[in-house]
Ligand binder design. Structure first.
Ligand code: ADP
Ligand code: ASP
Ligand code: MG
Length: 437
């Protein structure tokens, strides 16, 4: 069995949904994971922003405009009047449900319910289309299968148990369809796996059923060697090692959700990135295969804050780093990058939620300097230190830019730089020219 995940653009219109149906009905048994249609999650978030402010008129206006778009899709998607009527009724019940939140108190619980409607809508429409085409498919609610634990992490034992039971009890279907992104939390409330989280759902399910392959279908022909939104003439990468793909996803390559590679890597399930608009393109195959000594790609992660803790007491002191790290642990704020010297340590974080408390607590250990609006530039490839010269080549490409931190040696797969946000475009283009052109 394979898991095929389709992103928002891939199912962004009636025509796109029809071509996705053609791709998934390929004679094999497939599990299909769908995102919300493109733009929907953003609209749902906008609705929630109005509701938080108590502006019900603002919310109702966006709800109606979104409903209008879905009605257009519905009319173009189906051929039979009977299916159109059924879909219209289902759409109405979803949008009436969303409207029901415009009357009362609004909290994060209601927000998550509203945001989940995007994936519930897309899978409802797609299942009706498969029914109309007489494809033997089963719609499984991700809210019954994907659950997070006390740490907000997916409960992989629960997920494997649930999905395998459902498939066993309804064996032999051609397509098992479900929603990406949405889940329940420890308390049974509707929740989600963060923006872009449908990729994560696909790899969690792939791992749970021990799939032959996880396919992430999107609007580009695989992982490119730099961000195609910023750098011209980027190239798709045919093969990536799990570690390389994980570094790229974590450090900003938007094509993959940051944590999506881990479940596949742990279960050694290949992940293939494919283009819905160009299904014959080779795409990117992510597996244990690695091209020796090759610099594969560069990614950039925005919104980084650097914190420097400088202290005379660090000199020859043991336990200093532990105390510093404990502050970040206390505020559940992960550290991305770290560099040290004899008198201080610099770390970066991407979550500013507890920045003030963190700075306050760190002041007992030394003098604190904070740099905001920074970017991590991450160069990824097979880069063990025995491969001479690659560090010089990479640093050389950035010789015209001020670099705040450099980190290498944490793995054999990446070398990272911290630079100012305003220098990001120049840095990505300079690296692309030197490394790939
Ligand atoms: P989906 O909606 O299918 O999940 P996303 O928008 O999340 O699609 O991801 C695909 C987009 O990721 C591409 O359109 C591209 O602009 C962007 N992207 C950023 N970095 C890369 C990269 N290194 N390689 C490929 N695409 C990238
Ligand atoms: N629909 C969600 C989002 O827009 C999840 C996803 O597309 O992966 O973030
Ligand atoms: Mg995505």
């Amino acid at each position: 069995m394979k898991v095929l995940k389709f992103g928002g653009t891939s199912i962004g219109s009636a025509e796109r949904m029809q071509s996705v149906a053609g791709l998934v009905c390929n004679g094999s048994q497939n599990i299909v994971v769908l995102s919300a249609m493109s733009g929907t999650t953003n609209s749902l978030i906008e609705i929630c922003n109005y509701l938080y402010k108590g502006n019900y008129c603002g919310a109702l206006e966006i709800i109606s405009s979104l409903e209008g778009k879905y009605n257009i899709t519905l009319n173009a998607l189906y051929s039979l009047q009977e299916t159109k009527d059924e879909a219209a009724q289902l759409l109405k019940s979803h949008f009436d449900y969303i409207r029901s939140f415009t009357k009362d108190v609004f909290t994060e619980i209601e927000e998550k319910i509203i945001i989940a409607q995007g994936e519930l809508l897309s899978t409802t429409l797609f299942q009706l289309y498969l029914n109309e085409k007489e494809v033997d498919s089963l719609l499984i609610s991700a809210l019954d299968v994907i659950k997070t634990d006390i740490n907000g992490e997916p409960d992989v034992v629960y997920i494997a148990d649930k999905i395998n039971k459902i498939i066993r009890n309804d064996a032999g279907r051609k397509i098992y369809l479900t929603q990406g992104f949405i889940c329940r939390n420890l308390y049974g409330e509707v929740d989600n796996l963060q923006r872009g989280g449908s990729d994560y759902t696909a790899s969690l399910i792939g791992a749970a059923v021990n799939a032959e392959e996880i396919q992430i279908w999107t609007d580009i022909d695989g992982m490119h060697n730099s961000d195609p939104r910023i750098v011209e003439k980027t190239q798709p990468i045919p093969f990536l090692h799990f570690e390389e793909a994980a570094e790229l996803a974590y450090f900003g390559a938007k094509i993959l959700h940051p944590t999506c590679i881990l479940p596949a890597k742990l279960n050694n399930i290949p992940v293939r990135l494919l283009n819905t608009m160009q299904p014959e393109a080779q795409g990117t195959m992510i597996s244990t295969h690695c091209e020796k000594g090759k610099i594969e790609a560069v990614a950039a992660k925005d919104g980084i804050i650097a914190i420097k803790i400088k202290s005379g007491r660090m000199l020859l002191a043991h336990g200093f780093l532990r105390k510093v790290f404990e502050v970040f642990e206390l505020y559940q704020t992960p550290i991305d990058m770290i560099t040290t010297s004899e008198v201080g340590v610099s770390v970066t974080i991407d979550n500013p939620k507890h920045l003030d408390e963190i700075i306050h607590d760190l002041k007992q250990f030394g003098t604190i300097t904070v740099d905001k609006n920074m970017v991590i530039i991450c160069v990824v490839g097979d880069l063990p230190y025995e491969n001479e010269g690659f560090q010089a080549k990479i640093v050389g490409a950035l010789h015209q830019l001020p670099i705040r931190m450099i980190s290498y040696g944490g793995s054999d797969y990446n070398i990272s730089f911290l630079i100012h946000e305003k220098d990001k475009k120049q840095a990505l283009n300079a690296l692309s020219n030197v490394l790939f052109n």
